[in-house]
Design a protein. Structure first.
Length: 337
């Protein structure tokens, strides 16, 4: 099959012929329909010394083969959203759906080959059926939408309470989408880039703030009538955790979703004096996947504006490199088949 693989650290991906995946016990083989490019893919390509790795963990596909020992009956041709984490399947974390916390957890596109390819294998426990009402592109959005769903699911908040989202990248705008769905009276998104603020408004933000021209806390209070009691940080660069605690109201709740890859410092006195509840979140649970699919199928959420470009496998290396620089893209999807 054809796949886009990593070479040396920092070098562009290259599309080559690689052996077809062999479906193992408890696995299903998918023909990849669509796979999103995540910011973590960009970081891994520039930091991970793993030549020949196939990245890609946000994907949908069609069942073409079912391995031995699969208890759930899958039919050839069924359409699937892939849950990209594989655990032991027996520990408490796996049984309760928190696969990322399994001591043996592995991720497709990291410890296992991912979906920037024509075919990929997934655990049958991670094969979520897609109803006909969800197309392949929306199926590939289930994973990033589940990240945002999990972030809000872990954030204590009252229905109708206003929410501040810091950052309007793919995760930030997905958080805004879910926050509006969950009934937030105001969903205010702060981002310095105009087209990102515009995208956030198309996906559920009731207002946006340019932090380069306005004081975020004051602007939020002007919009919502109160300082932000719920703050979701979705940037992941040094200084953002401190900023989130600075703008939060007394007794506020701050959820950190952005994955900061560098050392960071905070002034503990700020969250201490405000008695802030700070929650760090990562990945999702199987419940987040299932609920995301149910809401997509029911038409309760529409993530269409997230997708700003689609293309074939041959174009992926160039598009991948372009995302490492300032761009007006949000979520781009490769369609290998």
């Amino acid at each position: 099959m054809r796949a886009a693989v990593t070479r040396a650290v920092g070098e562009a991906l290259v599309v080559v012929e690689v052996p077809d995946p062999v479906v193992g016990p408890g696995e299903v083989l998918l023909r990849v329909s669509a796979c999103g490019v995540c910011g973590s893919d960009l970081h891994l390509a520039d930091a991970l010394d793993a030549p020949g790795l196939v990245l890609g963990h946000e994907f949908s596909g069609e069942v073409v083969e079912v391995g031995p020992g699969v208890e759930e009956p899958f039919r050839i041709g069924e359409r699937i959203a892939g849950f990209p984490l594989v655990g032991c399947g027996h520990c408490e974390m796996c049984v309760t759906g928190s696969t990322s916390k399994c001591a043996q957890a592995e991720q497709l596109g990291l410890q296992r080959q991912g979906a920037f390819a024509e075919y990929v294998t997934v655990s049958s426990r991670g094969a979520f059926r897609l109803p006909d009402s969800i197309d392949d592109r929306h199926g590939a959005l289930v994973e990033p939408l589940a990240v945002a769903h999990h972030a809000l699911d872990r954030t204590p908040m009252q229905r109708g309470e206003p929410v501040l989202v810091i950052g309007a990248g793919p995760v930030g705008v997905a958080v805004a989408l879910w926050a509006r769905h969950f009934g937030a009276r105001e969903v205010v998104v702060s981002d310095p880039i105009g087209y990102r603020r515009a995208l956030a408004e198309r996906l559920g933000a009731t207002a946006t703030i340019d932090p380069t021209t306005e004081d975020v806390a004051s602007a939020f209070e002007r919009i919502a009538g109160t300082l932000p009691g719920v703050v979701v940080e979705c940037v992941g660069v040094p200084g953002m955790i401190q900023h989130a605690t600075d703008v939060a109201a007394i007794d506020g709740r701050v959820t950190i979703v952005g994955v900061c890859m560098s050392a960071d410092t905070i002034m503990p006195l700020t969250p201490l004096t405000k008695e802030l509840l700070t929650q760090f979140v990562l990945y999702y649970r199987t419940h987040d996947f299932a609920h995301t699919i149910a809401m997509l199928a029911a038409g309760r959420i529409d993530p269409s504006p997230l997708v700003t470009d689609t293309f074939g496998l041959d174009a992926l290396p160039d598009r991948f490199e372009a995302l490492k620089h300032p761009t007006d893209q949000c979520k781009i999807l490769v369609e290998p088949s």
